[in-house]
Design a protein around this ligand. Structure first.
Ligand code: A3P
Length: 307
């Protein structure tokens, strides 16, 4: 609350506690009881892991990405399920431009492409039985944290230093809550046939390979031309300049038409592995290393913090 100037609320979830905007309490039950469809495609991630990037690949693999539809902002094509709860913490009528995100998901024609940052324990119970395709994206926590810091400054008026924000993440009190419960909740399920677990660093190393792997997982075949065009469409430069993906329309609604995105004030900001080195002291970096080592011990999961 102190750093964000707006209240958050603690929601009990098994395991642990999750930190969400208070409005979540109105939506949570509807989300938990949502009807899941077998042909849904879900993309789940902790914030700032490259989820918009992978979500765009997924949507484009399953739809005609050269069509007019692809120019629609991503919230309309691949809604963030809990967006309404997040916007409720914001001031101003600009947010009335967005429909209730749960209504939107309920009313979408199939196949639906749904994105969420909620942990497994808060997601619809039917995911267990219906088993639609689920893609989970994770990123090394050092870069994720720095990216999340900039995002919170850009979107949520975070009033704190990088170090203060890092403490929130290390302490499990950053918005959305503890990182390891989130990641490991999906890592444990990674071998289920309807689940794909991706890491940002692997996507970055091999975009083509990721597109091919996702197409295979989603049961789609792509021509060589499609692959080349899609690689171009999801390149950092193209995505950064694409108003359907870079949140520019939302930020202009929120901050006024003269709002300019530049430098770190970009939703699609740097797109690198290792940017944490520009922000973390040696001491802080070592604390992150130790934190990762402790929480990943015995899990078989590893993250690269440099490429
Ligand atoms: P940085 O802030 O480190 O640049 P999410 O979509 O989950 O919020 O993740 C956002 C992060 O993914 C940002 O990281 C953003 O720049 C990065 N990203 C988005 N599109 C990308 C792309 N095409 N290539 C590489 N990174 C991308």
């Amino acid at each position: 609350d102190k750093l964000f100037g707006v209240p958050g609320c603690l929601i009990e979830v098994n395991p642990g506690k999750v930190i969400l905007p208070p409005k979540y309490q109105d939506l949570g039950e509807r989300i938990y009881n949502l009807n899941v469809r077998p042909d849904d495609v879900w993309l789940v991630s902790y914030p700032r892991t490259g989820s918009t990037w992978v979500q765009e690949m997924v949507w484009c693999i399953c739809n005609d990405f050269k069509s007019e539809a692809s120019k629609t902002i991503s919230q309309m094509r691949t809604p963030l399920l809990e967006l309404t709860a997040i916007l409720a913490n914001e001031e101003g009528s600009w947010k009335d431009n967005f429909p209730n995100s749960v209504d939107q998901v309920e009313n979408m024609p199939s196949p639906r492409f749904i994105k969420t940052h909620l942990p497994w324990g808060l997601l619809p119970a039917q995911l267990e039985q219906v088993k639609p395709k689920i893609i989970y994206v994770a990123r090394n926590p050092k870069d994720m944290c720095i990216s999340y810091y900039h995002y919170c400054k850009l979107i949520h008026k975070l009033n704190g230093s990088v170090e203060e924000f890092c403490e929130l993440l290390l302490d499990g009190t950053a918005p959305i809550g503890p990182l390891w419960d989130h990641i490991l909740g999906f890592w444990e399920k990674r071998n289920e046939p309807n689940i794909q677990f991706l890491k940002y660093e692997d996507v970055k190393k091999d975009v083509r390979g990721t597109i091919e792997k996702m197409a295979d997982f989603l049961g789609k075949s792509l021509s060589e031309d499609d692959i080349i065009s899609l690689m171009d469409h999801v390149s950092f430069k193209k995505m950064r300049n694409n108003p359907a993906l870079n949140l520019e329309p939302l930020l202009k609604l929120k901050n006024g038409p003269s709002f300019e995105m530049n430098g770190d004030s970009n939703f699609i900001r740097k797109g690198q592995v290792g940017d944490w080195k520009n922000y973390m002291s040696e001491d802080l970096s070592q604390r992150f290393d130790k934190w990762m080592e402790t929480n990943l011990a015995g899990t078989g999961l590893h993250f690269q913090t440099n490429l």
